[in-house]
Every structure is written in C-alpha cells, then in structure tokens.
Design a protein around this ligand. Structure first.
Ligand code: SF4
Length: 239
C-alpha cells in the first residue's frame, strides 16, 4: 500500500496551537487506499501544545507580538522532508491555511483572519523536493478517484505525457495521415476526392442549392424595404 504523509491534526491528533484537532471524516476513505503517516511539523520543530498562533509575515514567521518562530518552523519542515525520504513518500495531504501546512492559501500576517494566496513553510519545502502536496479542503477527491479521467484532470502536462508514454501512446510518435486512415476504413481515396475525367462528381449534400430561400437569399434580402425609412417618408408626406 502506498504511503502518504498527512497533517497529524487531520487524523484527529490534538496538536493544533489551541490543543485540539481538525479531524476530517473523509480520512476514513483514504485509509482504504493508502497507508497514512501522520506528521505535525510545528510539534516536530519543537513548539509546544498549546502554543502561540503564528503567521507568515514577509520572509519571517511571527507570533502576534512579533516574536520570530522561523527557526522552529524551518526545523519542522526539514523533519517532514526527512520523513518523506525515509518512507519513500511522494504525496502529502496538508491542512489548508496553516503557516506550516497551507497548500493554496495562508493568513496574511496581520492576525485579522484575512487569507491570501500562498504556501506554508513545510509545503514549500516538500514541493521543492518533488513531493506532491494536496490541500485538505479541495484535493482529496483526487486521491480516492477511481476513474482515470478524474486523475488526469489533476496531473500536470509533464505527468500526463509520462503516463501516455508508459501506455505506449507516445505523443512524439508520428500520426497517420487522414487519407491513410480513410483507406483503412474502406473509403477509396480516388472516388472521394479526385474523380477522373468524364466521371461524375461525388454527390455532396446541398450541392447546387441557393444559400437562402427560393430566389436566392442575398438578392431577396437586399430587396426588402427598410422599415425605418418608410416610416420617415410617410411622416414627411403627411406633414
Ligand atoms: Fe496540523 Fe500542520 Fe498545524 Fe501541525 S502544523 S497542527 S499538522 S496544520
């Protein structure tokens, strides 16, 4: 069974800054398909439970009073990477919006509950070493998707190319010309596209027909009086 690194608070460990958890019932579905390896980078980096909440502000990670906790957060990220290497893990599911685990967004650093686009410290570290990180809120469908089409939606261009090559459908292989395909399907190239002298042309749908109406659309259309003008003329006469 493939192993996945997962934010420990998502599987029910009470390791958040408040001392509670962010348990996701959906985890039970994942357990059927993957072996989950719970990991909390903040606790692994030496922070206590409970602890002061932190947010990323510029290049630093600070508490509300401005104390830097960058050292602990970076240590936690490095330990998460070590765990991935140890267990040969290439996928991580992380708690969205956390300064460690956020995948798509984080808080803006002013402790006013405003989210911005960004990644947590651990997420940045893992992704820079090739671990695919998924958000706990948006991407879990991918990991339990049974239909291969759904999987493809989440693959990058390069990953899709690798998948095609694996199946022997290399995108670099030359495509067959259309005429060759038609011949294979039993349609003669000569009869369809190149009639010999004296031979009748192949019947084409709508051949010889005028484009619009019985008398030819364009002429008929041009003869039609312009309603606005006629109204103007009658107005002049009456005046
Ligand atoms: Fe959960 Fe990650 Fe925060 Fe730990 S660091 S409590 S795993 S979100």
């Amino acid at each position: 069974m493939e192993k996945i690194l997962i934010s420990a608070c998502l599987v029910g460990d009470n390791c958040t800054w408040r001392g509670d958890n962010n348990y996701l019932p959906f985890i039970e579905e994942l357990k059927k398909k993957y072996e989950l390896v719970p990991f909390c980078p903040e606790v692994a980096g030496g922070l206590s439970i409970p602890r002061e909440p932190c947010e990323i502000r510029g290049a630093d990670i600070v508490t509300k009073d401005g104390t830097s906790k960058a050292k602990e957060y970076n240590l936690g990220a490095q330990k998460a990477l070590q765990a991935c290497k140890l267990f040969n893990i290439t996928i991580a599911i992380l708690k969205e919006s956390s300064p460690s685990c956020g995948v798509r967004n984080i808080y803006d650093g002013h402790f006013n509950q405003t989210k911005i686009v960004g990644k947590g410290i651990t997420t940045q570290m893992l992704e820079s070493h090739g671990v695919r990180c998924y958000s706990s809120e948006a991407d879990l469908r991918f990991l339990v998707a049974e239909e291969k089409k759904k999987e493809k939606e989440y693959l990058s261009f390069e990953e899709r190319g690798a998948l095609r090559r694996k199946k022997g459908k290399s995108s670099s292989s030359p495509r067959k010309p259309r005429s060759e395909k038609k011949e294979q399907a039993g349609v003669s190239k000569e009869k369809t596209f190149f009639p010999k002298n004296g031979e009748k042309k192949p019947f084409r749908k709508n051949e010889g027909k005028k484009p619009f109406g019985k008398k030819g659309g364009k002429k008929n259309f041009a003869k039609k009086p312009y309603r606005g003008k006629r109204i103007q003329k009658t107005n002049k006469k009456s005046a």
